[in-house]
Design a protein around this ligand. Sequence first.
Ligand code: PLP
Length: 428
Amino acid sequence: MTRSETLFEQAKKTIPGGVNSPVRAFNGVGGSPRFIEKADGAYIYDADGKAYIDYVGSWGPMILGHNHPKIRQAVLDAVENGLSFGAPTELEVRMAEKVIEMVPSMEQVRMVSSGTEATMSAIRLARGFTNRDKILKFEGCYHGHADCLLVKAGSGALTLGQPSSPGIPEDFAKHTLTAVYNELESVKALFEQYPEEIACIILEPVAGNMNCIPPIPGFLEGLRALCDQYGALLIIDEVMTGFRVSKSGAQGHYGITPDLTTLGKVIGGGMPVGAFGGRKEVMQFIAPTGPVYQAGTLSGNPIAMSAGLAQMEELCAEGLYEELAAKTKRIAEGFKAAANKHGIPLSINYVGGMFGFFFTELEKVTRFDQVTQCDADAFRAFYHGMLDEGVYLAPSAYEAGFLSMAHGEKELEETLTAADRVFARMAK
Ligand code: PLP
């Protein structure tokens, strides 16, 4: 037994499924999860001392690579001053100013401690502001595990084959309408059915919890127009795409202005952070200026703010996003070329620092139902082949992959050579 396997057995005795978040359990790919001991740059190291080139990056935030010296130093400096005060700090003001500078549609911002909190709070605010109950989300999009958002969700929920969870009363779920991602007609039909009841649309601007599905041209613009026509708010959930697809998120990349934006992961530099913000008129509806209640004992935590600020400063470096996108393109196109060389059909999507690959004959995958029809056995074979080769991909066919600035020529080359070997074995 490896040390990871021993730890997994031990963990299952005291932690449900041995993990604190379901996808980590490897249910989607089988086998035993690697327990991670440390990480540095593009690499993570498991409890058995094996190094992996990491394309998960703590599910997104490690955009500069693991254990970045400036972020580590910022955390160490902040620790000197105490861990939490439960009172306002200058760091929070600086963080708010930085977020607003980078994402101009956010005129005001409130910090929270996770992506789930961010989307849950944004939904409550949208409902309070519009005085409407229904929300519209897309099948296969994941926005955290709040009751109203765990309906036909993606990510771990989908990996477990339970996109909607027991424990959510039908009375709650009935207010969540679900449409088909990249199909504007399905959204139009719901607005026609409930013209004055829909508070907001919430979506991932590049869906990253059903693998990686960018919006087709006109989709985001169409949603914006429908929201304007029917008096609903548009919430763009950039928990994954924020500061990853571009410096100003997917909304900057695609030129779309939401009413509210949710952020997470990347702004914390690896610490537990989320945020939501948007038009000042809407944000003023939040307590203490407005009637919609929202709060958090550890919100704006000084260590998290310091880590996040250090990361955001670094992300403003000239040319960073061009370089990140070029690395991402190289990996995605490289996977496709290697698969095709061995006669294995593979379709790819990529944008900014995120990518996806699909074992399918389809030229392009743009919809959720197409994702679910991909060859799951081929994914599992490729996944474990790459893991053995020392490449750590997301352990689910429903998750996007992430590049970091720490992935250099050596790591990219080694990854593609490994992929070539694995595809060759799969083709036999
Ligand atoms: N929204 C999106 C788009 C996400 O990808 C996630 C998590 O993966 C969340 C919300 C929830 O964030 P958290 O896991 O920090 O609660």
